[in-house]
Design a protein around this ligand. Sequence first.
Ligand code: NA7
Length: 549
Amino acid sequence: MSDTQAIELDAVIVGSGMAGLYMTKRLNDRGMKIQTIEAGSGVGGAWYWNRYPGCRADLPIIEYSFSFSKELEQEWDWSEVMAGQPEIEKYLNHTADRFNLRKDIKLNTKVTDAIYDEAANIWTVTTDQGDVYKAKYCIMATGCLNEPNYPGFKNADTFKGDIYHTAQWPREGVDLTGKRVAIIGCGSSGVQAIPQIAKQAKELIAFQRSPVYTFPAKNAPMNPDFLAQAKVDYADIREQQRNNEMGICNYRGPKKPKDPNAAPKAKPSKKIMDITPEQRKQEIADFGVNVLTLYVDTYYNAEANEIACTLYREYLQEFIGNDQKADALSPKNYPLHCKRPVIDTEYYSAFKQDNVSIVDLRDNAVEEVTATGLKTQNGEYEFDVLVYATGFDAMTGTIKRLNIRGRDNVLLSDTWKDGPRMYMGLQSVGFPNFFTVTGPGSPSVVSNVLHSIEQHVEWIDNCIAHLVDNNVATIEPDLEAQDAWVEHVNKAAEGTMMTAPTCNSWYLGTNVEGKPRGFMPYLAGTKTYREECNDVVSKGYEGFTLKTA
Ligand code: NA7
């Protein structure tokens, strides 16, 4: 399409996951002329792409669901406490239909360029389908976990069998019955997929470089009485979520009247350092291994953390019973709480099956892919199917791969070459009227991300309304404010296990070769962050420059 045939819009939204859908609705409600562009053949974002066996939410779904519509809350019935991918995808499709969003969403289309023309104050957005859109605002709703990470193994293309990535699992599913399957990686995706693949495959070999600390999920079929009560309590649940720094209130259903004669309920200790070794073991016996995540000192005190790690390994050894498997599955040399928490269903039980084995890649790195399998330093393995559960180029991967050019033709990926630089995770200097939903420097993935998405979408929507109502041509952060914010984000993560020298994670970018190390999300919490965002607005968009037309 030539430039003269360009479609003129108020805003382009990139992505139709949870963020893109809600952003589409908000701007629609304002009567703006918009186009939402989606690479997939359906809506849902992360819940469209990640359809590997076992994929499910790792938060209670009552709290990991949209809060913006009372009608949606009332009409949707969840079937499990932590819903699976098919149900969440269905919910997001229902959301698209319910609010008539599909008319604004172009599927099967990838944005390739977004280029700012300063003289015209217009973003020109082009796609791989030849579309050209000219819009005042460009909003990236591309998600934090979108760009799959493939390890750069030598001879990766030589494997003759089938290759899959958990983040690009085929829509039609994969029948692994009777197959010899290898899976690389044991973050949330690997940990969720392994027990399901183990049920089908003739043989499953799990290749693990950093075995994880993982804790049993408390999933169960949704109790209809609980759901009915949640529907009554939704307003209160949302209020409590807003008052929590993670955007999670752990709703437990109706409060029961207190029985004055009941014995006081036992509670675990607050700090692991405050109790004796015997008491620590007793608390694990009484409350389960999840208790290790409750001791507050393990989050900032390295000694407390190491005690918890040792207890974890002892619990694992006892549970697995097999020394080789237990040792290979044991997380070592990095602290608990360094990586994103992993919540599992029957993960360790899968390794008790005879058809499941584990290859410890610590001191035994992958050397190359062969036509029939994988070669590590110490051995060679043959299989029919190779599954990469190797995660994502998180938080910046998608945006950095696009040709996004701001003022003076500056490429966004160049300005982020030493790590992302954003003010409040919303905007970057040099890119006027360009917004990112849950961008680096906002709580995003270290919170209930849907809660953070809603807060960001509402902030951006209100901001755009302010610009329109006040005849403001551009909004862009000040360099000083941006630098101070990046510093503030770094400070918030300092001294936590997430930035410990022995910690590597996708939060830090260290899972991708060549990516600069730096903690990308904002750790101060969603309540604090919301207040900071509101404060900026109440002070006339402090830290941003607004230029009138
Ligand atoms: P993660 O959590 O990044 O896990 C990826 C896994 O793949 C992790 O165990 C990695 O080990 C492993 N990996 C990556 N590259 C390699 C190489 N080259 N060799 C061996 N092993 C490798 O991604 P997920 O998809 O599981 O989860 C991402 C988020 O999605 C999750 O946190 C939830 O929020 C949902 P490493 O730890 O890098 O040593």
